[in-house]
Design a binder for this molecule. Sequence first.
Ligand SMILES: [Zn+2]
Length: 214
Amino acid sequence: MIKVCPHAINSTSYKINFRKSPDTINLAVEELRNLEFSNDDKNFIKRHGAKPPFKNGKEAYDFIKNSGIKIQFAKLPSNDIHAQWDINEKSININKIYKNNRNKAVILAISEAILHEAGHAKDNDGDSSIQEEINCLALNAMAHRTYEKKYPNIYNSAQENIVKNGVTMYSDIYFDKNPYRLIKRIQKSYSHLPAGDIKHPADYLALAIKYNNF
Ligand SMILES: [Zn+2]
């Protein structure tokens, strides 16, 4: 999901803590701030060689706040791109088709997307790799499972793309005991990226995905 989009238009700028009335992003950030991951999930993701950039939502929240990162709705290249980290603007951009959407499932999905993109922001470069994606996908996949437990069946009836084909799909395949669907999905989206990079050395799954060796 990392792509630089320096020409985002029709966006509404937002910085956490600076708005009084809760809007969709504000509500999503508040969920993020209270997010914890379960020990079972933290253990499971190790089998994918994932090293999540944050240990909980509060750590991500503090990082966003202390780094002066904006979170805003913006026009993104397609409705299938839910969020992007724009290093030039120091901005996490959420697809503006969800602006003013108050569906709780969408708010939670945006919270997951913010967490994923904050993971990309943390290394302070504009590049990504398959290993970096595996690390950042671990964050939103774990967050999804925590929210599902906190708000049972919350995602079930949501028809929005960011929920159905975004966060729910990724959590399902990330936590499937058989990694085949995860491998195929990452290959589809990220095979153009290097397996790893200097800050995210490729573990076995990233290498298997890159070289189609599994
Ligand atoms: Zn990503």
